[in-house]
Design a protein around this ligand. Structure first.
Ligand code: FES
Length: 170
């Protein structure tokens, strides 16, 4: 890659980091007076960036005069917060009781396996985002999975490959 192009990309990245830090400081100040503000601030940061970048957590710790350990304690306690950028496609496997009893853990394991195979084949790492959720209110369709907001029910591990294929348009 030409030096000029690398320099441009580096400048863009540094610009993004600086604007991210500014935004985190502004969000922290907006919520400064509120009790229990750390969770609200983390919500606002995730709404803004789609996840909690490490640099944002670092800036927040400085701004609030707290430790990174405290910030990460909260981020990792709540299932909602993400530490990596969300994928283009969002897959949520319901692990509520009805779905669990009907094999949701096997569905999740198969999805995880298929996504790892894609990754090994060089598909962009963040194309898919896989997470587990509590009951999504479709227990009659258990086990259920939500893909980009669309619910798929009564699935078995052999179906998940088709869902991924469909989303990839292949
Ligand atoms: S337990 Fe999965 S939809 Fe209710």
């Amino acid at each position: 890659m030409a030096t000029q192009q690398l320099q441009t990309e580096l400048d863009n990245l540094l610009g993004w980091v600086e604007s991210m830090r500014n935004r985190v400081r502004a969000i922290a100040r907006e919520w400064q007076a509120e009790e229990g503000n750390l969770i609200m601030i983390l919500h606002a940061i995730q709404n803004e960036f789609g996840y909690i970048p490490r640099g944002a957590a670092n800036e927040l710790a400085k701004e609030l005069g707290t430790s990174m350990a405290r910030i990460y304690e909260v981020i990792t306690f709540y299932h909602y917060f993400r530490l990596t950028p969300p994928g283009n496609h969002h897959i949520q496997v319901c692990m509520g009781t009805a779905c669990y009893l009907k094999g949701a853990d096997e569905l999740h394991a198969e999805l995880d396996h298929q996504l790892k195979l894609l990754e090994a084949a060089g598909v962009r790492r963040n194309e898919f985002n896989l997470e587990t959720v509590r009951c999504i209110g479709c227990c009659g369709m258990a086990p259920a999975v939500v893909v980009d907001g669309e619910t798929h029910g009564r699935l078995c591990p052999s179906n998940v490959k088709d869902i991924i294929k469909q989303k990839r348009g292949k």
